[in-house]
Design a binder for this molecule. Sequence first.
Ligand SMILES: [Zn+2]
Length: 444
Amino acid sequence: MHDDLRSAVSADSPRIRDELDRMVRIPSVSAPGYPPAEVRRSAEFVAELMSEAGLDDVHLLEIDGAHPAVYGEKSGPAGAPTVLLYAHHDVQPPGPADQWETSPFIPFVREGRMYGRGSADDKAGIALHLASIRALGNDLPVTIKVFIEGEEEIGSGHLVDFLSTYQELLQPDVIIIADAGNWRIGTPTLTTSLRGLVDCKVTVRTLKYAVHSGSFGGIYPDANIALARVIASLHHDDGSIAIEGLVESDADPLDLSLEELAQQTLPVDGLELMGHGTLTSRLWTRPSISVLAIDSVPISEAINQIVPVASAKVSLRIAPGQNPKEALTALTEHLKAAAPWGASVTVDPGALGSAIDLETTGPVYDAYREGMRLGYGAEPVEAGMGGSIPFVAAFRERYPQATVLLVGVADPTSRYHGPNESVELADIESAAVAQAVAFRELGS
Ligand SMILES: [Zn+2]
């Protein structure tokens, strides 16, 4: 069954690759300081591809001050469910040029993978959606709406506005978000949970002004040392989180081995792992803390003074089930209580992003699993994700009745957001077959 869809996607393969190649060539970096005209050019190009894929009513969706999103739709039979397909066309900045083996915006294919910024995150998501629509041609079993966002990589700041302004236009029964990834190359994966994210800036001050480190060293602590103690207090010796009262649980262990983890991420020799419990629990259903940046005197400007003030940006990933506000309060109180020697500690609150736990039973999930079995020729797995996708919560709040699926074709070696980002081209095709089959199953 559904062999016609596999043949259609195989025949479409050169076009899928060509379209992805052309999308990656547009440096649609949404971050401040990069030309917004490129994000607009990217939106216009995606609109062109959507029209060529047979979508109707293709146009850019605009909100004041936002990078444009792209919309298109195609009607299925009367009474068929409406499926909203999401991906994003903006990308992260390329980062350090000397760490790229090939030019970030000139796609390069090697051993079945395409390299380039956005190849995996998330232009592959757009390619997958369009290929699944083309595979069905004019025989669409469901109504499709496509929404391609233009500012996911800067935190989807206007997504709530887009969803309220275009609430009727976008109204779905099912939402398929193609911005996650597969457990490993060739293994179809439904992402079932995401950690949330809260962060803050902590500032430690020990003196109003710097004083001479020879004259007063020995009685006054410098702010660097005090900040180091505050940061050190965030973990127990085994690397588990020392903040009281945070939610944690155990995740399905799946089959991640230490060897595979090391291959994916390249730690230094002898590095020990933090925390306790299975690897997947530590990655998906327990909190984690990273210190993202520290502001103090740079080494090049060091003088013999007692540094009076230093600050750090502290990022806390929260487990599914954790209330983000409560987590930020717990983090803030912990940081303040950790001040050594009476140092002054102030905390400026930052992001507040919810964790997500998806209900993965029911006919929509059954249809998608069946599609994945046929598309990939492998049994789908369910995996959590340690990262956060803040916009998933926005979709769920706006359309509480809709079933949300989180899929994608990135894999653990994709290095999205980093240099040498890449995607497995065969997985885009498998995913397109899977999704086309799922549409057919959903429509029947
Ligand atoms: Zn993304």
